[in-house]
Design a protein around this ligand. Structure first.
Ligand SMILES: CC/C=C\CCC/C=C/C(=O)SCCNC(=O)CCNC(=O)[C@H](O)C(C)(C)COP(=O)(O)OP(=O)(O)OC[C@H]1O[C@@H](n2cnc3c(N)ncnc32)[C@H](O)[C@@H]1OP(=O)(O)O
Length: 290
């Protein structure tokens, strides 16, 4: 009963995800997809300079790639970054600061879709975190089943730093990897963990000295499922993740409404404006130095 319910629910999700993929395929390769012909493992690299910030096109490209990976029977998915400083800088602040309302609605719906697509991905997923992963970047990493991170990077849901309360389903992604008391403290502080701290608390599973080593460790994780029946494995994963997913699926419109109200609030717009300006200032002073 529950199995068919889950399958039906996933099928319900698919049309939304598939429609978005078809409607706005990006012209430039915002994601790079390679399937290793020996291992059958797909590597999906985020490729939107300078920091892989998540706009509508990049998120649609991720969803399209996940749909392709699930369709081509890849044995697993490793999510990583094409640049060596930043895994993903989170949501594109240009989409959130003084937003066009119609675009903001689409942006948030695609954001929900990309989390659902990755969180429920039918093949084993692992993140080779070869750069900083704040906010939405951390969310992509925690949607994966395993995380390997390079040293001297940072990862965390830092939304309170710019005046935002992360949505319930974003918090649940944290709670799926961190004990509640620690997740609550980190969320309320807007904490960015260093690589060492993230390993210590279990936000990441392993540290690697290089991207190649991180990819190899992710492949080893994916290989650990070699004796499991792929369909049984996928259904088991979906059943375990069902409660978190259900909270979002049951009220996507309510989540959208809450987000629109919050993002358009002076609290967030002022906080975001100051935060974004400080980022640009930092970048300008760096450019001035180089
Ligand atoms: C409101 C919704 C809230 C909750 C929803 C769910 C949770 C997700 C929320 C989010 O993801 S909101 C975004 C939060 N992201 C961040 O806080 C990260 C901000 N960026 C950084 O900390 C750093 O840029 C870095 C990622 C650590 C990389 O540092 P580095 O020194 O390598 O680059 P630099 O800072 O100089 O930036 C280069 C360039 O990129 C622009 N930039 C950076 N981050 C973003 C972003 N998220 N969106 C848009 N643009 C971004 C930055 O301004 C520079 O641009 P410039 O050179 O043109 O000035």
């Amino acid at each position: 009963m529950l199995r068919s319910k889950i399958l039906n629910r996933i099928r319900l999700l698919k049309p939304v995800i598939d429609r978005r993929c078809m409607s706005s395929a990006s012209k430039t390769p915002l994601t790079l997809l390679e399937v290793d012909d020996k291992s059958g493992i797909a590597t999906l690299s985020l490729n939107r300079p300078p920091v892989n910030s998540l706009n509508i096109d990049l998120m649609n490209s991720i969803i399209e790639s996940i749909t392709e990976i699930e369709g081509n029977k890849s044995r697993g998915l490793i999510l990583t970054s094409a640049n060596d400083r930043v895994f993903c800088a989170g949501l594109d602040l240009n989409e959130l600061h003084k937003p066009n309302q119609e675009r903001l609605k689409e942006f948030w719906a695609v954001f929900q879709d990309v989390w659902l697509a990755l969180h429920l991905c039918s093949v084993p997923t692992a993140a080779a975190i070869n750069g900083h992963a704040p906010a939405g970047g951390c969310l992509l990493a925690t949607a994966c089943e395993y995380r390997v991170m390079l040293p001297q990077m940072t990862i965390g849901l830092n939304e309170t730093q710019f005046g935002y309360m992360a949505p319930k389903w974003v918090m649940l992604s944290y709670l799926s990897v961190l004990p509640r008391r620690l997740a609550e403290r980190a969320l309320t502080q807007g904490k960015l963990f260093t690589t060492a701290e993230a390993l210590d608390v279990g936000l990441v599973d392993e540290i690697a000295a290089s991207k190649e080593e991180a990819l190899a460790k992710c492949s080893t994780f994916i290989d650990s499922f070699s004796k499991a029946n792929p369909l049984a494995r996928s259904l088991t994963k979906k059943q375990i993740r069902e409660p978190d997913v259900q909270k979002l699926i049951a009220d996507r419109a309510g989540d959208l409404k809450e987000c629109l109200e919050y993002i358009n609030s002076p609290l967030l717009q002022d906080g975001l404006g100051a935060y974004f300006e400080a980022l640009k200032q930092k970048s300008r002073s760096k450019a001035g130095k180089s």
